[in-house]
Design a protein around this ligand. Structure first.
Ligand code: ADP
Ligand code: MG
Length: 259
């Protein structure tokens, strides 16, 4: 059965979009069928997948507000070899209009129903806030992947975020799990980053992925070429780290289904 993973952290600039695009491509490279949903009106995941947000026919807006069938809003086979549901500034209007519609929290969940089992993995790139779009992502997802930077106050922020996810889940999706906590933009020479990383492992134990995403300029450059890092520079440490993450996600899933 397909698995839906929301990539969320209400803080901006922690590597949500970079993770969404690169983990989707890495998972697709393992021959899994993958859909990436860009829920952020900034449309960075869309552009990073080689799809022009200014030219695209349909976005999450049509899916969530006009209730256009999901098959009609999917962009097939992006540069990362996964399918995409795009976002652009129209999605800002969706956020506002969602307030007025019936069953507003479960619009995305219902909309995805027809393709949920076609895909092995559906990743959702969330906006950097806890708005109605993020609530829709939490309601549609099986689990949440939380990217974070190991910096001062990160742990405090993470604990608050976990509480918020739990509260939200109790209302819209009691089965929601924490998929894992991912350390991003990691610089092993930074002593504070190492300290925070140790504290993180003490607090969150096995929920913290073993895979660490290093700070790597190729990851930052790849979006301007409209492709995930593995199709921009395959041998980069960033591309390799996201391939390792996809492997870890697959292994974790096998462990939980066989035990
Ligand atoms: P978010 O979606 O959480 O706002 P992004 O993925 O857009 O975060 O990342 C914020 C900025 O940091 C972007 O410019 C991105 O290219 C850069 N970035 C993200 N991850 C890395 C990394 N591992 N190494 C270097 N730059 C990164
Ligand atoms: Mg983003």
């Amino acid at each position: 059965m397909g698995k839906v993973i929301a990539i969320a952290n209400q803080k901006g600039g922690v590597g949500k979009t970079t993770t969404a695009v690169n983990v989707a491509a890495s998972m697709a490279a393992t021959k899994r069928k993958v859909l990436l949903i860009d829920l952020d009106p900034q449309g960075n995941a869309t552009m990073g997948s080689g799809v022009d947000k200014f030219e695209v026919d349909s976005t999450c807006y049509e899916l969530l507000i006009e209730e256009k069938p999901v098959e009609e809003v999917i962009v097939r086979e992006t540069t990362g070899k996964y399918d995409l549901i795009a976002a652009n500034s129209d999605v800002t209007a969706a956020e506002i209009k969602l307030m007025e519609v019936f069953a507003r929290e479960v619009r995305l969940r219902n909309a995805l129903q027809p393709v949920r089992d076609y895909y092995d993995y559906i990743f959702i790139d969330c906006p950097p806030s806890l708005n109605q779009l993020t609530v829709n992502a939490m309601a549609a997802a099986d689990s949440v992947l939380v990217p974070m930077q190991c910096e001062y106050y990160a742990l405090e922020g993470l604990t608050a975020l976990m509480d918020t996810i739990k509260k939200l889940a109790s209302v819209v999706n009691p089965d929601l799990k924490i998929e894992g906590v991912l350390r991003t933009m990691y610089d092993p020479r930074n002593r504070l980053a190492n300290d925070v990383s140790e504290q993180l492992k003490r607090h969150f134990g096995s929920q913290v992925y073993r895979t660490v995403i290093p700070r790597n300029v190729r990851l930052a450059e790849a979006p301007s070429f409209g492709a995930p890092a593995m199709y921009y520079e395959k041998s980069s440490t960033g591309a390799k780290a996201y391939l390792a993450l996809a492997g870890e996600i697959l292994r974790r899933r096998n462990q939980t289904t066989t035990s």
